[in-house]
Design a protein. Sequence first.
Length: 449
Amino acid sequence: MAKKIVVIGSGAAGMTAASSAREANEDAEIVVFTEEEHVSYSPCAIPFVLEGKIKDFDSIIMHTPEWYRKERSIEVRTRTKVTGVDVDKKTIALADGTSAPYDSLVLATGGTVFVPPIEGADLPGVHKVRFIKDGMDIQKAMASARHVVVAGAGVIGLEVAVALRHAGLEVTVVEMFPQVIPRICDADMAKEVQSYCESLGIKFVMGAPLQAIQGEGRVQKVVAGGKEHPADLVVMATGVRANLELPNQMGLEIGGLGAVRVSPTLQPYRKGRLMRDVFLAGDLVMCESAAAPGPTMSQLGGTGVRMGRVAGINAAGGYATFPAVVSPWVSQIGDVQIAGTGLSCGLADYYGMSVVEGRSTGTTRARYYPGGKKLIVKLLADRSTHRIVGGQILAGEEATGRINWISAAILNGATVEDFVTSYENAYCPPTSMVKDVVNRAAEDLLSKF
Ligand SMILES: Cc1cc2nc3c(=O)[nH]c(=O)nc-3n(C[C@H](O)[C@H](O)[C@H](O)COP(=O)(O)OP(=O)(O)OC[C@H]3O[C@@H](n4cnc5c(N)ncnc54)[C@H](O)[C@@H]3O)c2cc1C
């Protein structure tokens, strides 16, 4: 009999798991259940649709359920909430009261936007940003809005703030930490990003948790930092928490970071034992850091896809493992790219690691080549082993290739000495300086030891 593989969740992790399961097992019956109407779209593109850089939301939908049925023999059941999993009977319960059996299960139910429990958080005009439907709702609300408050100055909040500012709205960003992009970005790099956003006319209220959202029947103002800020639209970009609804109901072990603990094969634990036939992928799991010994969260599209592949192969009866991560990230905030990998100073402190910093500023192209943009590179190394453990880049262009280069060094366990002597770079005047700013930052770092 064909193996029945059930995937819950149609995000990056779930759809990749379904496709990878199909590649690993031609005969399996594969069914994806999702609460959403649209599948296989890129949430990462939502801010750029709002900004008008991408024509419309239809453009960011890669495939439809019909495409999956025809091309991959995968059934996708949209607008279907899974309300429970019976791990003993190996069945899932659906909101309509029916159930469906599985031989193996992939849980890819993602994350949820954390909304602080404050007055007015549920008023009309307050929107989360997570799914394509949220993006569509914000786009509609933008048409009649003038003052917007974006709660949260992480990369998603900043991308949305810039998008709304470019659309001509008055934008205020409220952030409880004293810097933008807290945790994953160092204060000096964050300051550059905030200054750039301020140059666009975005206002910031820093070190100020959201206190209340107020209005008669719909949002009219936000209270933060002891002051009132006018708002006819509020966008909550206040961080993502693992969606633990089904894991809790199934009795899965939750780790210290508030997400599901899994083995390298992405199997969860229940009552201290590894569960057979259940695999997890995406924003709801914890994984291992490759930069420091210990667990980390890697709530990124790239991680979701890579985990989805492992979970799909294993659910189909194959064998694959998920390695430790450095979680490289990059964000386009207006004309500025900000990127990072491995540890920031704050994360190094969290892992109890003392780090040494190197930094260099230059341009993205040869000095004499027209059009070069500002480029700042920062590298961090472990003080005791000299191992490179983190990097951050602020650039007018081409941050991605450079951050991937640093990621490879961290994943290889390269020391700063290794990097200076052996990590070669491709060069051509329109693409970099002959000694790239990354090399210069590594030399600066070496000089600090
Ligand atoms: C605006 C925005 C911009 C981003 N930009 C980037 C970026 O530039 N780069 C990057 O790497 N990452 C980015 N991310 C993060 C990235 O999109 C996520 O890490 C990734 O989408 C997570 O994928 P997932 O499959 O784990 O979860 P999700 O995409 O959250 O999918 C979860 C799925 O589970 C379904 N589901 C949940 N519960 C149930 C249930 N009980 N029954 C049925 N279905 C259920 C949901 O409907 C959904 O389909 C961004 C995210 C957002 C929101």
